[in-house]
Design a protein around this ligand. Structure first.
Ligand code: KG4
Ligand code: ZN
Length: 354
């Protein structure tokens, strides 16, 4: 159970991919949040270059910390813990944030916490809905993950559905490249889709067959959809036709949104959960928002989307998760390292009980 009377203030760092982010959070309230995006640096390569990301984090992190502490107008004495994302993500990038957090924890003699990036995405919803309490269903849709998680409590998660291949965000980014759009592909497809016809092309939704027959009710597969888009584009280019990019973007986005909506609604209903909290970069997608909100209303379910700036990577969500762990007496050893992969169900491995 949450201790209702304990307030914890945490300085959190997020450097798992291409944003250098620092935030100060008191429980479910953001005191300051700095996000320095590396998108302009990576866009010329069409994707994140890990080595470049690590170097950029190193160059940016100190200034981001200075800005976050100045904006929150808090003294180090008022900070109860220092947290950083430690998994999953790019190892070199994670190391910058984690090493910085450990150093601050040692210098200021504060507890240190390593945080699971996906637990952070789940916690983004608490920042906009501070009264939300588990259990609820979390639909996590980011550049690296697509899963349906039963959230029982802080640190207590069960994966009910997941992608068998590409993550939703990864599919958006790859299809955007096919359509010659800029990186990151998700927002580019989303913008174009507003001008296109979502029924222009019929695309496979990516059902996952079960060995005993039928289909998995909650798992997704986006590789077939991606291949269908590739064939379609190749065909259109062979016929020397100009690519109907808006219609292609709208049809693709609609197919992904419908697939995710169908599975999230079925999962929530089957589990008797009345709330779906969406997290991760693809939670910013307008097509997903539209379809999921309409379907949830039809089934009397509540669907919660964090504001756009909390959907994509930020440190406020990492701080919010860390506050909950700290309140429960969970802290991490200073020997904790980074991990490129770590299942969300293993999150309690990161903590030692005081
Ligand atoms: O959560 P996030 O910022 O980083 C990861 O943890 O992966 O998610 C980034 C992903 C990228 O694949 C990006 O293309 C996608 O989220 N994304 C979107 C939108 N905004 C970001 N996908 C679809 N529609 C959007 N509006
Ligand atoms: Zn993320």
């Amino acid at each position: 159970m949450r201790c209702k009377h304990v307030m914890a203030t945490v300085l959190a760092i997020e450097t798992s991919c291409d944003e250098t982010a620092v935030a100060i959070v008191t429980n479910r309230q953001v005191k300051s949040s700095i996000i320095v995006s590396q998108i302009p640096v990576h866009s010329r390569y069409g994707g994140v270059v890990p080595e470049v990301a690590s170097r950029r984090h190193l160059e940016t992190i100190n200034e981001a910390i200075a800005q976050a502490t100045a904006q929150a107008q808090l003294d180090w004495k008022e900070i109860d813990g220092i947290a950083a994302t430690c998994a999953p993500g790019l190892v070199g990038a994670l190391l910058v944030g984690l090493t910085t957090a450990k150093t601050l924890a040692m210098v200021y003699e504060k507890p240190f916490l390593g945080v699971h990036h996906l637990e952070g995405h789940i916690y983004a919803t608490y920042l906009s809905e501070p009264t939300l309490q588990p259990p609820f269903l979390s639909l996590l849709v980011s550049g690296g993950h697509t899963s349906l998680i039963y959230v029982s409590d802080c640190g207590d998660y069960k994966t009910l559905g997941q992608t068998r291949d590409d993550a939703a965000g990864e599919a958006f980014d790859k299809v955007a490249r096919l359509l010659h759009l800029d990186y990151p592909g998700g927002p580019a497809i989303d913008r174009l889709a507003q001008k296109g016809n979502p029924q222009a092309f019929s695309l496979p939704e990516g059902k996952v067959s079960l060995s005993g027959g039928g289909y998995h009710p909650y798992d997704t597969s986006f590789s077939g959809l991606k291949t269908a888009m590739l064939r379609l584009v190749q065909q259109l280019e062979k016929n020397k036709q100009p690519l109907p990019v808006a219609d292609l973007a709208a049809s693709f986005q609609d197919t992904v949104a419908r697939a995710l909506t169908k599975r999230a609604i079925a999962c929530a209903l089957d589990c008797g959960l009345d709330t779906i909290a969406v997290g991760g970069g693809v939670a910013a997608n307008s097509g997903l928002r539209k379809h999921l909100q309409a379907a949830a209303a039809e089934h009397n379910l509540r669907v919660l989307f964090p504001p756009l700036k909390l959907c994509t990577d930020n440190a406020a969500m990492i701080g919010c998760a860390a506050c909950d762990h700290l309140e429960r007496g969970h802290t991490s050893a200073l020997t904790l390292s980074v991990q490129s992969r770590l299942d969300l169900t293993q999150v309690m491995q990161l903590y030692q009980k005081n």
